[in-house]
Design a protein around this ligand. Sequence first.
Ligand SMILES: [Zn+2]
Length: 465
Amino acid sequence: MRRMTAILTLLVFAVLPGATPGQQPKEEFILAGKLLDVHSGRIFDNMIILIQGDHIDRVAKADEITIPQGAAVIDLSHAYVLPGLIDAHEHIFLTGEDNGRYDEQLLKESYQYRTIEAIKNAWRDLGAGFTSMRDCETEGAMFSDVDVQTAISRGLIPGPRLWVATRAMSVTGSYALLGYSPEVTVPSGVQIVDGPDEGRKAVREQIKYGADFIKVYGTGGYRFTGEGKMVSTPTFTLDELRAIVDEAHRWGLKVACHAYGDPGLRNCVDAGVDSIEHGLDLSDYDIQQMKAKDIWLVPTLYVYELVAQDDLESSDGAVSRASIHEASFKKALAAGIKIAFGTDAGPFPHGTQAKEFEYMLKYGMTPLQAIQAATIDAAEVMDPYEPHLSASANQEQEYSNPRFPTHPWSKSVGATDPTKFADIIAVDGNPLDDITQLEHVKFVMKGGVVYKNEFASPPVDKLPQ
Ligand SMILES: [Zn+2]
């Protein structure tokens, strides 16, 4: 099976742009004044990155590589260079400026129109330095994320590499659209699933139409109590979640669980999901289980800061989701839970999500930890469900999703290592000293193609505004 994986991977690389048989891949040299090695946190001076086609071929000190006459050279000698960023939780089918008209989007806009908006959102994210993203459901636009992913991967349109959830799942009565008369049939922001068998069937259906991972809502609504606590409603029963997780894992897909606190969050942890999304109000039990089971936390801190004032108003000044999140995030960090960078961009404008870094630092991460969370760690979150891949059973099912061999994420993205995709960004100053540098990414390359270069004169900007 491993050999099969190797052959398939080779086949995939053989058909990637720049590696057409009989044609030399395009060669480019990046002069990197300061290169951040995200593994060690070390910054190397005066480096050269040799790019062949869409991948990095070699990284060496400037005096160890001779640049041939007439070679293509990208001068980033006055910049800090690092791998492209990864947002492990966003929604391209939501547009921040239009937040608040969720019902209208689902009731009045076609999937086609929403897909056009999604493409534009993806451009904004790419322009901000996010070269890979895990899109955490289409909010009623069905499987349209698969179409955007296909169009990007075929080179029809620019955009980040996408890993998509398609529809996500929740239970009857827990997810918008809500509040309409029973006589009116309205669309839903998720696939509604009741009972373990429906859960298994929904996983199979979503896989059939292109899901790369499964997203579940472990909790639904929430309210603040007079004592300054938050109470959230659990959605699925433990039995339902166990069926969904088991089915997804059988096919080699991971499960991401949106959850705000017990008991819904605890159900997800007990069912063995692979990541907790948001993860507000983690109990000591949740933290201990997440650690024992190697479950990732994708915290999305910034999005709650944006609504902190609204929360305070609705709780009579007692509490906000941001303050609850801050306290439990700090506990999770201290306990050594694996944390990956995710932002929930969509409810707020795409392309602005690097603000998340500031809050990761404010709540206790080091700059390097935050950058690793958005590079090597986020790549790992997106890898297929590993125990499945190393198991000897179900060999046929390993390739049920034909995109798996093309995206061994942790081997392909997240660092400027040779053989990885040439997904590279650059900023003016040292992001380890000033994390806000990442809010002003000036150079974006994805797969060896430069989409933005404000260091060049004249500047390059290939992304439509
Ligand atoms: Zn989300």
